[in-house]
Design a protein around this ligand. Structure first.
Ligand SMILES: CC(C)=CCNc1ncnc2c1ncn2[C@@H]1O[C@H](COP(=O)(O)O)[C@@H](O)[C@H]1O
Ligand SMILES: [Zn+2]
Length: 348
């Protein structure tokens, strides 16, 4: 049962800006998928990292391979996307930017175009069913697939930017950070930026990406995912920190993901502290709520208890996130209004 403190975090209106679709599948939905495909012999323990468990980055990426086997048709994607949106709404998320890598699967006839269309259909159905959440979509580029695929994905994202009635807002760069180099993807990312797609890039998620981060920060991205190793105490550099600060680029922080994926040794050592203290734009996110068995309320609660944030400070954190969304100005104003209306009821 929820305690009073839990209730505050659940009722707190929240903005989620860093959520990978296939990493966000809940254990309930996973049960359904596993039952649908018994021949794959997949057990639940292969798709989630539970409380107290830690995995290497490599092992974490193996988990996505398993999930991708379970989610490989239009029917699966529609079900998974609708469930994920409904779960975020039930957790008090009022605005969600969902991201996903379009895939093609020959056996099921899935194409990258249909993949995106199906996610957009899920968003449309949730809106029609009056789920209390505004959802936008960020098309993801998996760095492992190299420059040609990246360019193809950008073209697809550009088409949807023009035809999706404002639902497709940006481009993500993600995938195993130890594979490939950002320099090979620069021209695709530049093209995306030039055509009006906002850029949300995973940056310095692992050590030894200084050179790549310098290059990508020159674009510059509109938001940074993780940015764990940007600052000098974590092996980054003053020049990287300067660039991020001068351009005031918001950083998406995913505490549990970083602790369970072992890029950060413990919650209290998380780089959230470094940036938050400087007054830099920080936004708390889940990354992969299904894989890491968390939700956004829990991430806010963890940040508050670890770093001693008052409820007022937590409220500010969630409200400021509105400013870091890729939503157009009228939507931001609508969200500001919603936060103002809820403030008196929730913040005592
Ligand atoms: C391994 C670990 C600690 C994960 C958290 N950090 C991550 N870093 C980079 N890319 C990611 C991460 N989590 C999810 N992704 C990307 O999101 C994909 C899953 O969601 P989707 O299929 O795009 O819908 C993964 O295959 C991967 O490309
Ligand atoms: Zn991520």
């Amino acid at each position: 049962m929820d305690t009073e403190a839990d209730l505050f975090y659940r009722l707190l209106p929240k903005v989620e800006l860093h959520a990978h679709l296939n990493g966000s599948v809940s254990s309930e939905t996973m049960e359904t998928l596993i039952k649908r495909k018994p021949h794959l012999n997949i057990e639940h323990s292969m798709t989630a990292i539970r409380r107290g468990q830690r995995r290497s980055l490599d092992e974490c990426f193996q988990v996505f391979k398993v999930i991708h086997q379970l989610v490989d048709s239009e029917e699966d994607i529609l079900m998974v996307a609708k469930a994920v949106i409904q779960e975020f709404a039930a957790d008090g998320v009022k605005y969600l930017e969902l991201r996903s890598t379009p895939r093609e699967v020959t056996e099921t006839g899935l194409t990258k175009q249909r993949y995106i269309e199906t996610v957009l259909e899920a968003i449309r159905q949730c809106k029609q069913e009056e789920v209390d959440i505004d959802v936008r979509f960020i098309v993801a580029v998996d760095r492992r697939h190299g420059p040609l695929v990246a360019m193809e994905t950008v073209k697809l994202a550009e088409d949807f930017l023009l035809s999706s009635d404002g639902v497709v807002v940006g481009l993500d760069l993600s995938g195993d950070p130890t594979v490939g180099h950002g320099k090979d993807l620069l021209s695709a990312l530049e093209k995306a930026k030039n055509c009006g797609l906002k850029l949300a890039l995973h940056l310095s998620e692992v050590p030894s990406q200084r050179e790549e981060s310098e290059l990508l920060l020159n674009l510059p991205p509109d938001r940074i995912g993780h940015g764990t190793f940007l600052h000098p105490e974590f092996g980054g550099s003053d020049s990287l920190v300067d660039k991020v600060c001068k351009q005031n680029i918001p950083i998406e922080m995913c505490l549990t993901s970083n602790v369970k994926g072992q890029t950060v040794p413990s919650y209290d050592k998380h780089h959230f502290q470094y940036w938050y203290k400087r007054g830099h734009p920080c936004v708390l996110c889940t990354d992969d709520k299904g894989v890491f068995c968390t939700d956004l309320s829990q991430e806010y609660q963890l940040a508050a208890s670890t770093f001693g944030l008052t409820q007022e400070a937590v409220w500010m954190l969630s409200q400021q996130a509105i400013g870091y969304t890729f939503a157009p100005e009228p939507i931001k104003q609508r969200l500001e209004k919603k936060w103002a209306e809820l403030k008196q009821q929730i913040l005592q």
